[in-house]
Design a protein around this ligand. Structure first.
Ligand code: FNR
Length: 371
């Protein structure tokens, strides 16, 4: 498999995907200004290497919320993997677990969380416990929400990643043009179907598993985060924090980590690039909780820039989908391999021995003059 970089996997994915499904994966809200901004902002940041540091080959591993990661790159949650490949989230989970990469499994997955966890366990090297987190859209129906949380806990998920940038669905004009609004026949959101086990709630009966069952509600508030804290001992990560006041509120409300994200430009268009928001969020939280970042991460150098600006780790959304569509499990594995090799190379070239060694002294802007 000769893919030189993530971009070439996107091209391969585009060649095999139904154009309607390619648009669903690639697209964003309205004019897609934020989609473009996420990648463009990384390109505007320059790296200035340090020399002669005798750093030796870098170690890439890191730990976030107790989860050991083989590198500071995670899989952000993306819905509907079956649109990309018949093996769907099963393949993604195996590739992530085999690579020692944390997968944040989407609530709207097309494979049930129990099956995703089972695949991850099979693939984790040496029988190690794979690192699987669960992404949640809190539903106004708390019974429904609690049933899904219990299911994620029972499956072995180690953190709840609560998506908070979605009080409504962003306006995806590509999907409107393509009249793409629900999964094709034969595909379901398996986590929304009847729950196994005694005493758990039936989430909707025989005809369940439809995307339209999910409510993206503007009624969700900090009270729901407090409620979640009460019902579950899992660490809570808020996904979609962009405002420093919200970052402070999150810390005050006992949230365990923040994922700085604009949903890959799929929610509010014209939100700035996440990498441009990271410094102000880091300033607001003062190291009290770990910061994660997604949006436009395509290269090892992007990872270094995020680390230098205060992230403990980064996450990728679309690149994993491109790998999955292009070549199933092997394609996702290739994406992770590429990012690992690029990160190793870039750390070495910067004179850094580890991700923890990366500081803001490496950064400048691409446009001169420099100080
Ligand atoms: C997403 N994302 C997302 N986020 C979430 O919290 N729940 C979800 O169900 C989904 N679904 C989803 C589907 C697709 C096709 C994409 C591309 C994205 C957002 C995702 O977690 C992440 O924030 C972005 O994808 C990160 O940006 P990049 O890496 O795609 O640029």
């Amino acid at each position: 498999m000769d893919y030189a970089n993530v971009r070439s996997l996107e091209e391969a994915a585009r060649a095999v995907l139904d154009p309607v499904h390619y648009d669903y994966f690639a697209g964003g809200a309205q004019d897609e200004i934020t989609v473009a901004a996420n990648e463009a902002a990384f390109a505007r940041i320059g790296l200035v290497p340090r020399i002669l540091r005798g750093a030796a080959r870098p170690r890439l591993g890191t730990t976030v919320l107790g989860a050991e990661m083989s590198m500071p790159v995670m899989l952000s949650p993306t819905a509907f993997h079956k649109l990309a490949h018949p093996e769907a989230e099963r393949a993604t989970a195996r590739a992530a677990a085999a690579a020692g990469v944390t997968m944040i499994s989407a609530m709207l997955s097309t494979v049930a969380i129990e099956d995703i966890a089972a695949e991850a366990r099979k693939a984790a090297p040496g029988g190690a416990e794979p690192s699987l987190w669960f992404q949640l859209y809190v539903q106004p129906d708390l019974g429904f929400t609690e049933a899904i949380v219990r299911r994620a806990e029972a499956a072995g998920c180690r953190a709840l990643v609560v998506t908070v940038d979605s009080p409504a669905l962003g306006r995806h004009e590509r999907n409107d043009r393509n009249d793409f609004h629900d999964l094709p026949p034969g595909m379901r959101c398996e986590n929304l179907r009847e729950l196994p086990g005694e005493g758990l709630r039936d989430l909707g009966g025989r005809d369940s598993g439809h995307v339209r069952q999910v409510v993206l509600s503007p009624e969700i508030s900090w009270d729901h985060i407090a409620w979640l804290r009460q019902i579950s001992d899992l660490p809570i990560v808020l996904k979609g924090v962009l405002h420093p006041r919200d970052a402070r509120l999150a810390v005050e409300n006992g949230v365990d980590a923040l994922l700085v994200s604009n949903h890959g430009g799929r929610q509010l268009d014209t939100t700035p690039a996440t990498i441009d928001r990271l410094p102000i969020i880091a300033e607001a939280v003062q190291g009290q909780v770990p910061l994660l970042l997604d949006g436009g991460v395509r290269r090892g150098t992007d990872v270094i820039k995020a680390l230098a600006l205060g992230a403990t780790a980064t996450a990728i959304g679309r690149p994993a989908v491109w790998g999955l569509a292009a070549a199933g499990e092997a394609g996702v594995a290739r994406v992770l391999d590429l990012l690992r090799n690029e990160l190793d190379n870039a750390l070495t070239l910067c004179g850094c021995a580890s991700p923890q060694d990366v500081t803001a002294e490496l950064l400048t802007t691409m446009e001169g003059p420099h100080q």
